[in-house]
Design a protein around this ligand. Structure first.
Ligand code: ATP
Ligand code: MG
Length: 299
């Protein structure tokens, strides 16, 4: 059993797509760190929560081995390694705790642009290059397709041009890389984004309380991502129609302004508050519309 610890250690990507957003998210939860010279370990200052800066592929293993307590990693990496480890011992040691809303991408099958796509059965007997062999293998098995998985650690998108494979299974966000290599996406195996990964078993020491505190703050930050406080005035009889335009709002506070007719409302809205929505509200009778940022919330 690992020794009891009273500090929490969170692994994040050292440099890559997830590094900056991961740090920013943790900072918005009130964490700050003293920078070390090698920038591999950052000592937590405001709270006993330290950072370990590593390659993203190492994060699931670090949690499995108990070297780190939590990690921020793409669901694609986590799911692939859960399958890989399941081939061995069977028991998962870690799981996804929270989806974090950044680093969005898909694990797609892509084929040469020249193919007319007739469905998954078309992959029968083909060679598919990927950095996610376990996820691809599991999907092929589930679809009952006999195809050859060609594992590659990088530059998967050029494999068809090099004659190493007929199709690929790779991460896609805009699709620009695929297009540049004359490939087109035809199927999605996994919708991915950055996630907070943590152990399956609960912590049995001071880390339990620290992890709960971090989750509480994280949930507050994630909930408020698009949340705005909307202020406006309206005639009392138009309020039901106006609230229909705000299906993402919490029950509003309604204050009487003058006499019986005019009311002032404040409502916490969780969807994006676009100009179009404000114009729709104005047309439906709202005036003095004001959108205020919400900085923190503790439910
Ligand atoms: P490391 O050196 O840490 O191993 P990496 O090259 O494996 O870095 P990045 O390219 O920085 O990793 O990607 C990290 C994660 O970002 C991916 O695992 C994935 O979850 C996410 N991501 C979002 N969009 C894309 C994309 N278009 N291509 C690749 N990954 C993406
Ligand atoms: Mg990597």
């Amino acid at each position: 059993l690992p020794a009891a610890r009273d500090r929490l250690r969170v692994a994040i990507q050292k440099s890559g797509r997830l590094s900056e957003p991961a740090r920013a998210l943790l900072a918005s939860c009130g964490l700050s760190w003293r920078e070390s010279r090698d920038r591999l370990f950052c000592y937590g200052e405001t709270l006993p929560v330290d950072l370990l800066l590593v390659r993203d592929d190492d994060i699931p293993g670090l949690i499995a081995d108990g070297v780190c307590d939590l990690g921020i990693v793409g669901r694609n990496v986590l799911a692939e390694q859960i399958l890989q480890r399941a081939n061995g011992s069977g028991q998962d040691k870690y799981r996804e705790w929270r989806a974090l809303g950044f680093g969005g991408c898909r694990l797609d099958i892509a084929v040469p642009e020249g193919w007319s796509w007739g469905g998954p059965a078309q992959l029968q007997g083909k060679r598919i290059a990927t950095s996610y062999p376990s996820l691809l293998q599991a999907w092929l098995r589930e679809q009952n397709i006999g195809a050859q998985v060609v594992p590659l650690s990088g530059s998967v998108e050029i494999a068809p041009r090099l004659g190493q494979a007929d199709a690929i299974c790779d991460l896609v966000s805009s699709g620009a890389t695929l297009a540049a290599n004359q490939l087109k996406p035809v199927l999605t195996l996994l919708q991915s984004e950055a996630v907070l990964a943590g152990p399956v078993a609960p912590f049995a020491d001071a880390r339990a309380e620290l992890a709960a505190l971090l989750l509480r703050r994280l949930d507050g930050v994630l909930r408020l991502k698009h949340s705005k406080l909307l202020l406006f005035q309206a005639q009392r009889q138009t309020v039901p129609a106006l609230m229909k335009l705000l299906p993402d709002a919490e029950p509003p506070t309604v204050l009487q302004v003058d006499g019986a007719d005019t009311v002032a409302l404040q409502a916490l809205c969780h969807g994006a508050m676009t100009w179009q929505r404000l114009e729709d509200l104005k047309s439906a009778g709202a005036s003095g519309l004001m959108v205020l940022p919400v900085e923190r919330m503790l439910a």
